[in-house]
Design a protein around this ligand. Sequence first.
Ligand code: ADP
Length: 271
Amino acid sequence: IFVAFLVIFFGVASFMSVVMSKRAMVPITNAFTRQREFVADASHELRTPLSVIMSSIDAMEMTIEPVPEENFVRKMLLNMRQEVKRMTNLVGDLLTLARSDSNTIETKMETFDFRPLAGKALESVSPLAASKQIALEMHAPDTLTATGDPQRLSQLLYILLDNAIKYTANGGEVCLTLSKGESQLCLQVQDTGIGIKPEDQGHIFERFYRADKSRSRQMGGHGLGLSIAKWIVETHGGTIQLTSEIGKGSTFTIRIPIQSTWVSGTGSYVN
Ligand code: ADP
């Protein structure tokens, strides 16, 4: 009787714990899905009014007479432009991450020459580098055939180069090195910037994490760039690594397998 009692007791207890855990899991999963959909819908809806505000700022700037830089209206329009641009970037990044969570971004894999793509990424950040007298360099073989999503890989380079410039003092250096091994493509973005503290290094790929909040905000950052960079690397089946020393600079190294295979339904590639 005692043994039968124990069997029944533990049987009922384990059945109850399975039921309870399932009951607890369903609302959490639903809540997560709903939250993700909310972020995606809200970001999507915010894009149109933001672009209308931006066009209105353009129109207002064109209609005001040429006025000195310290003119109040001109200063206000400049502030508005900066904040709308910041918000547009934030909304775009939120939408990318929400879509990446639900695997609804289609990755378009192509085989292409990586060098011109890297050249364009450098070109797009060169005005920012020039404004800080930062020397931009690229080391790469003449041709570098790679397989990946060109649009996402450009975005990845842009995020890393933009950060490298943002977090490097005037007169510093930023270098992009591309190389190809037997089975992987290696991209390295190196800067002579402020560096990242060891205690922050493990967190900087987390969403909204900023090692130096005031500096990041001042630079127009909101802590989502590296989360997107990590997601792009992972969808290509690759890895991203950081080495950094305070006051000396940081190096981000990305390795992407040359032969990757699409894993249907997972939204990612594996080698
Ligand atoms: P943000 O938009 O704030 O730059 P990111 O996700 O791109 O957001 O980066 C997260 C944080 O990592 C930044 O706020 C900054 O503190 C730090 N960081 C990123 N790249 C660098 C770098 N090259 N040098 C120093 N700090 C960096």
